[in-house]
Design a protein around this ligand. Structure first.
Ligand code: ATP
Ligand code: MG
Length: 139
């Protein structure tokens, strides 16, 4: 087991700066290696996590990433919960459309992240902020 990362004990990382986004990437890579994701799947998950962490920072005004190992009896995986108390996403379908951006980006972060993981769930609203849960399973 990797130090500090145990099943059922998520590791939390604050997201308040660019350096924190790098820390999220490193933590996700470490846990992905520990659950034996393939190199390709490690890279997909780290890429998705990087986009979601950046959105948390830029649009959510900062927040947290919680990274944990999961086990469904057949496979192990990595689950990451990104949470912020920002303004929420008003039109989720629109936000998930390739090319939609309110910040002058490419508008590919959310939609791309969704394609790179196995499970993708968003809970968002003006009074709730945004909470995005992603999971990638070993195969
Ligand atoms: N945590 C969040 N809180 C509020 N709005 C968000 C959040 N994450 C995404 N959004 C909204 O969804 C839009 C689409 O996000 P997405 O990551 O796809 O594109 P982007 O960040 O604008 O550009 P890119 O990621 O390609 O550089 C954002 O422009 C923003 O309006
Ligand atoms: Mg983005």
């Amino acid at each position: 087991m990797t130090a500090g990362v145990d099943r059922g004990h998520p590791q939390a990382q604050a997201i308040r700066s660019d350096e924190d986004v790098v820390r999220v990437r490193q933590l996700v890579r470490t846990v992905a290696v520990a659950v034996r994701l393939s190199l390709v799947d490690q890279t997909k998950l780290v890429t998705a996590a990087s986009e979601l962490a950046r959105n948390t920072l830029v649009y959510g005004g900062g927040g947290t990433a919680e990274v944990s190992m999961v086990d469904n009896g057949l496979r192990r995986g990595v689950r990451i919960v990104f949470a912020d108390d920002g303004p929420g996403i008003a039109d989720l379908d629109l936000a998930l459309t390739d090319g939609y951006t309110t910040g002058g980006g490419l508008g590919l972060g959310l939609s791309g992240a969704r394609r790179l993981v196995d499970e993708f769930d968003i809970d968002t609203g003006p009074e709730r902020g945004t909470r995005i849960t992603v999971t990638k399973w070993s195969r």
